[in-house]
Design a protein around this ligand. Sequence first.
Ligand SMILES: NC(=O)c1ccc[n+]([C@@H]2O[C@H](COP(=O)([O-])OP(=O)(O)OC[C@H]3O[C@@H](n4cnc5c(N)ncnc54)[C@H](OP(=O)(O)O)[C@@H]3O)[C@@H](O)[C@H]2O)c1
Length: 325
Amino acid sequence: MAENFMHAVQYDAYGGGAAALKHREVGVPSAEKDEVVVKLEAASINPFDWKVQKGMLRPLLPAKFPFIPGTDVAGEVVAVGVGVNRFKAGDKVFAMINPFNGGGLAEFSVVKESITAHRPPEVSASEAAGLPVAGLTAHQALTHLVVVPGQQPNILVTAASGGVGHYAVQLAKLQNAHVTATCGARNIELVRNLGADEVLDYKTPDGAALSSPSQRKYDIVVHCATGIPWSRFEPNLSPCGKVIDITPGFGTLLTYGLQKVSFSKKKLVPLLLNPKGKDLEYLVKLMKEGKLKTVIDSKHPLSEAERGWARSIEGHATGKIIVEP
Ligand SMILES: NC(=O)c1ccc[n+]([C@@H]2O[C@H](COP(=O)([O-])OP(=O)(O)OC[C@H]3O[C@@H](n4cnc5c(N)ncnc54)[C@H](OP(=O)(O)O)[C@@H]3O)[C@@H](O)[C@H]2O)c1
């Protein structure tokens, strides 16, 4: 490959799924003010990436075609722009790329210094690349928990085997919560090993009802699945319980609005990730200390990134899907 060119994965239009991803040689990006160029060692795929391709966020995203998807990356700094103080060439880092820019499925990416963190040697590039969108979302959802001194909070995590859910279970346990989790039968043992106290198979009547086997009422639900109506959550909540819905649709927004005007104590709260660099540092510190881990569903070379893409679209990943340049 000629210098200043790199291998990247792009798509040219909405739709088409994995088959529409093209492998191309494009120019290596350069750093502008407050930006860092990273030579990638790993990236991770999120449902967000293929939802953008599907056109679910049009006309906002993608900002333009052709588009290199991917927001979550880990690698080595090769250049820094004006104003960058915290990083220098040779540093191992991980970061969340601005979703409007994309660029994660490539050999090099440009990231903002503010949403980049150092990766300690104890944490592999793949583990770190799993963290940005999924880890930050799990962390942000749990900031809604109000811990009452002397009381153990009860938390439900739906889709606990997925990218966000598997981090949410671990982070909830670190808050000393009692955790109930839902997942498919094949992942019950794994989710238990992540720390969940009670695990429900979502395909059974008990799992579908979401009720805790020990009759606990949930203070917070980190809701990572889709298609569960408010009426199913409501009887399982404590008097001021909240469902943090990370896949809010029209129904969630309507319920949220109605609850606002009726001063309902139980709440359905839509969540949109607001990424913060300091939260990346918090999460990777937990990983370094062995308190948080990334479960890796599968790894795919960049030359076969479409396999990882298809795997994410299928909706059955256990943990994170990693792409390696
Ligand atoms: N609002 C935001 O800012 C934000 C941020 C991040 C993610 N999200 C959204 O959150 C959702 C979850 O993201 P993710 O990365 O965790 O997805 P993911 O990794 O693709 O989740 C896949 C997992 O979910 C499980 N699952 C699916 N339906 C389930 C159900 N009804 N009950 C229990 N488990 C179920 C699957 O288990 P089986 O294989 O056994 O079916 C699979 O293990 C996506 O829709 C994503 O777009 C939103």
